[in-house]
Design a protein around this ligand. Structure first.
Ligand SMILES: [Zn+2]
Length: 277
């Protein structure tokens, strides 16, 4: 009974695939409380996900066929970045990763037996071999490479046309984050870097990453784009910066930092959401 009561008041981060249920009022988009989505809660298995500003939160997977209750809609997580508060968006990302992990670990990766929740929150234990499985994150680095008054930006074949960004890459087994930066710069654009320095990190729930941003300085080599990975890579002065990722992304944080250091105004940069010039 106590559990029911707490679910009724909890903020409910309900996902249908990659889309999250939100209540859309005239003036705001917000995360529904459990009691507003009681039918969905009854049909599923809510997972405790922590709290936001003292309010308990649950993550809930809903069936692909489920309809949104009246006054609510399912929306893509990326699009909610700009409309939810920072803490709620962070919890939405956490909830989506917990659900993805829960869904993908119904069976033990070691022996193939079914798993069950426990022995602690955010764990699933194997019923066959007792292995305990926890959510995994994939760390990835972002690297800005600066050479005097220029920054190296590159574009991948999957980018929005005209958009460039800093280099990015996944950490491989056995590497420090700084070593990943050095390897990625060498592989993706053929240049050597030095003075690799930590700037910031950010959870990135698409689907289960944590991004770690570094700055570095150019230390040698000619730009040679890696076939298949990098379509074009170039040096840009602050006045030449092309379309770049939207604010709030950590890539953009690195680019804005360079622009500020060069006396420019990051607010003047164009991103894929800017109106056409
Ligand atoms: Zn097992």
């Amino acid at each position: 009974m106590a559990e029911l009561q707490s679910s009724a008041n909890a903020l409910c981060f309900a996902f249908r695939g990659g889309e999250m249920l939100v209540r859309v009022d005239a003036d705001a988009v917000r995360v529904p409380r459990g009691r507003e989505v009681a039918t969905l809660l009854d049909a599923g298995t809510p997972i405790p996900a922590g709290d936001v500003g003292g309010a308990e939160c649950v993550a809930l997977a809903v069936e692909g066929e489920a309809h949104a209750p009246e006054g609510m809609e399912f929306r893509g997580l990326r699009g909610l970045h700009a409309v939810l508060g920072a803490d709620e968006f962070r919890m939405a990302g956490r909830a989506s990763q917990i659900l993805e992990w829960d869904r993908a670990h119904r069976f033990c990766g070691r022996c193939g037996s079914p798993t069950q929740p426990g022995p602690e929150p955010l764990a699933r234990a194997c019923t066959g071999c007792d292995a305990v499985h926890y959510p995994r994150l994939s760390p990835a680095v972002l690297i800005s490479i600066i050479h005097q008054n220029r920054i190296l930006l590159a574009r991948g074949p999957q980018f929005t046309p005209g958009m460039y960004s800093v280099l990015a890459g996944f950490v491989e087994p056995g590497e420090s984050l700084e070593e990943t930066c050095i390897r990625e710069a060498r592989e993706e654009v053929g240049v050597e870097i030095a003075e690799v320095r930590y700037v910031a990190s950010q959870p990135w729930p698409f689907p289960s990453q944590v991004m770690i941003a570094f700055t570095s300085t150019y230390a040698g080599g000619e730009i040679v784009p890696q076939p298949g990975e990098i379509e074009e890579a170039r040096w840009f002065t602050v006045d030449e910066i092309p379309m770049v990722p939207a604010p709030l992304s950590l890539s953009r944080t690195l680019i804005d930092r360079f622009v500020r250091e060069q006396g420019g105004d990051p607010a003047a940069l164009r991103d894929p959401r800017s109106p056409p010039a």
